[in-house]
Ligand binder design. Sequence first.
Ligand SMILES: [Zn+2]
Length: 430
Amino acid sequence: MTQKYWNKKIETMPLDMLKKLQLKRLKELIARVYEKNKYYKQKLDGAGVKHGNIKTLDDIEKIPFLTKQDLREFYPFGLVCTELDDIVEIHASSGTTGKPVVGPYTNNDIDLWGEVMARSLWANGLRKNDILQNSYGYGLFTGAHGFEKGAQKIGAMVITISSGNTKRQIDVMKDFKSTCIACTPSYSLYIAEVAEENGLDPLNDFQLRLGTFGAEAWSEEMRSNIEKRWGITAHEHYGLTEIIGPGVVSECEYKKLHVNTDHFLTEIIDPKTGETLENGEEGELVFTTLTKEAFPAIRFRTRDLASLSEDCCECGRTLPIQSRIKGRSDDMMKVKGVIVFPSQIEAALMQVPGVSDNYQIIKTKKGDITSLSVDIEPTEERFKQGSLNDLEKKAEDEIYSILNLHVPVKTIPPKTIPRSTGKAKRVISR
Ligand SMILES: [Zn+2]
């Protein structure tokens, strides 16, 4: 018999039971961090919270938030809640905007990571007979390691190729008959581009059937381009180093993002006031790791915007559904009083036939005034046809219809924008 869920008991647990489990774990977490970590003890004492006075899940609101700033202050191991010699693995964010965030794991944390990633990849449709080409960059970054752990737990074959060396990616994909690729969405398109340059057809010359993508904001339109280009089903993963890496939120076969909320308690707050919002309202995602040992996070503010729903899903899972990330609060731009997220511009551009998947948003700041313009690469075919002014005009109209804002668009020759083997740089400042 084919098994529909990786962990049926948890994934289909009635909501009231799931909440009881969360509450039990939350109480244990508070008791544990209170005893093990000076910073948390101080913080909980300051808020008047002890193990005994967490009676409902809502009581979590008494605890102050954990911010990226706190993590920097306690870099690298100040928030660790075990002995240092219990740690068996370390990851870290790139630290491009300051000190990196360090993620330490105990053996139990590693098991947990494998479990939530197996659950996520299984829900995407990955099975034992699959061959997963792991084209996330190996190294301190969590991505590649999380996908490897989950896929191996399922029993799939993992090709640990890492990112880059794109010609080799293509040879390996063809020779090893990879059925699934894990990387950033933009890198999968770059691989397709290089395959075509080498006389191969992404649709027919490979065995790929599944893409498990993450680490980058991408629109539904970009998803559909990737699916058509490769002939695959493309799934979204969302995670972060501060919480565990990938494995926090991932899609079922109906492309609904389920939160592994038995381990990661989720709140949505008003980013301005910090107040908790109702289900369905859009706000900032806040996570609490209920079971992690080495580096628990309590009410970590992600700066990512989304909404949550407890509606039942066609797949039968009761795990709450998170909307796709609208954008990081950090990426939000305010132009002539209009709030703009890069993903909105992407969605508009992808509506215009003849515009390729490669574009760049140029942000110019003069004094207090921000203005935007967009460079687009037409497809090779469209570029040869000429009359590119028409294409620019269509793209501008499409952006206007979404944002009600005039953003000048300029065409540039195909293959001008630098390609990335990791996160694509969609916005540049001038
Ligand atoms: Zn579902």
